[in-house]
Design a protein around this ligand. Structure first.
Ligand code: SME
Length: 157
């Protein structure tokens, strides 16, 4: 990763390891990513619902409000990542059939699963208004970040 991304990851780590409510720390993570990387236009967390089986619930986010506040496992990119427990990158959302649109401005999306003690606890979801925008540095940063976010995601549920 280049120096700017390494520095951003350290700031993200500081927020996650810092004090404060878990939800506030996750929201600060969203804000750092959205401010720090131009092509990250919507950044948010979906958390596994503690009450409903196989359902994701919208958690802290930064960006336009979305109608997709609850997503069943299997539905859309987020629901598919929940079933597969794998990162899904969609470079062109217009070419994706299983996709839940939040805004016509969105052109690409990446979703990373979050785990805590081996349990799937939520996801980090990023939308971009640019087509095919995600770089190897983006993916390296997000992979490292996803490994840090499991405990606060669990606490925020
Ligand atoms: N596009 C997502 C829905 C969530 S929004 O991007 C905020 C999907 O297809 O699951």
């Amino acid at each position: 990763m280049n120096d700017r991304y390494t520095e951003l990851l350290e700031r993200l780590r500081g927020v996650i390891d810092g004090s404060g409510e878990a939800a506030a720390r996750l929201e600060a993570v969203c804000a750092l990513l959205a401010e720090g990387i131009d092509h990250f236009d919507w950044v948010g967390f979906y958390l596994v619902s503690p009450d409903e089986p196989d359902t994701l619930v919208l958690g802290p986010y930064v960006g336009e409000p979305t109608e997709h506040t609850r997503i069943a496992f299997g539905a859309g990119v987020c629901g598919r990542a929940a079933l597969e427990r794998a990162t899904i990158e969609v470079p062109d959302v217009r070419a994706e059939s299983n996709y839940l649109s939040c805004s016509l401005a969105v052109r690409a999306e990446i979703v990373l699963p979050l785990h805590h003690d081996g349990e799937f606890v939520g996801e980090l979801d990023i939308d971009s208004h640019s087509p095919d925008p995600f770089t190897p540095d983006d993916r390296a940063l997000l992979d490292a970040l996803a490994r840090l976010c499991g405990p606060p995601a669990t606490a925020a549920r």
